[in-house]
Design a binder for this molecule. Structure first.
Ligand code: ADP
Ligand code: 5GP
Length: 210
């Protein structure tokens, strides 16, 4: 399928529980030109999740079939489940001039970055500290200590990919983080890149890893 891109693509990645889904939804809710890319996943829905809205929940054989048919832009195995982005809906939205938001991990971002002729801007979201991250995960997964432990164990590996992204933002206060991302997006849409102090960010990441 050819890429006739009018809209732009914005990726948000982060260690699990940092808040990227919340941020992506907030951006799309308050800005009508943004559309969220709805991924396919083989993981089970959480109580508040709706099929076709949060994800397309698929069986492993359905997912494998889509891989075989080359329908995915990118896909990855994360926490023992498969997650992937279909090409067709994204290309349709872009050709309609819509900007598309992606809540995907570093593996998917790497794959999208390799596709030529895509205008992709990537954000890596950091939590303010590990204690807050754990609290957010426990809040999202009440009474599921094991699952939270598993996600926290992945933290170091996930965060090690921060320097593969265009922009790094901290999600401490939600409103502040949202405003920061939105202002970068608006400038990017005008073709203006922002410079960030990477040595300061590296110090922040080192602090998170202590
Ligand atoms: P992710 O998509 O990165 O895994 P979520 O968006 O699901 O994370 O957020 C994890 C939890 O943290 C959710 O319960 C969400 O409501 C909460 N959360 C997100 N951002 C903030 C914030 N800035 N302050 C407090 N809680 C937050
Ligand atoms: P969750 O199970 O918490 O919804 O998501 C787990 C991880 O999968 C998150 O890091 C999220 O960004 C990532 N993810 C969700 N959809 C996709 C996708 O389509 N592709 C890739 N590569 N990662 C995804």
């Amino acid at each position: 399928m050819g890429i006739e891109q009018k809209g732009m693509m914005f990726v948000l990645s982060s260690p699990s529980g940092t808040g990227k889904t919340t941020l992506v939804k907030k951006i799309a809710q308050s800005n009508k030109n943004f559309s969220i890319s709805i991924s396919h996943t083989t993981r089970k829905p959480r109580p508040n999740e709706i099929n076709g809205k949060d994800y397309y929940f698929a069986s492993i054989s359905e997912f494998k079939d889509l891989i075989k048919k080359n329908e995915f832009f990118e896909y990855a195995n994360i926490f023992d489940n498969c997650y992937g982005t279909l090409k067709k809906p994204v290309l349709e939205k872009l050709s309609q001039g819509k900007d598309v938001l992606f809540d995907i991990d570093w593996q998917g971002t790497k794959q999208l970055n390799k596709i030529e002729n895509l205008s992709l801007v990537t954000f890596f979201i950091l939590p303010p500290n590990r204690k807050t991250l754990k609290e957010r995960l426990l809040n999202r997964h009440e009474n599921q200590e094991e699952l939270v432990k598993k996600r926290m164990n992945k933290f170091k590996e996930e965060i090690s990919h921060w320097n593969e992204y265009n922009y790094i933002v901290v999600n401490d206060d939600l409103e502040k983080c949202y405003n920061e991302i939105l202002s970068i997006i608006m400038l990017e849409k005008k073709g203006q890149n922002q410079k960030q102090d990477m040595s300061k960010i590296k110090k922040m990441v080192d602090e998170l890893l202590k």
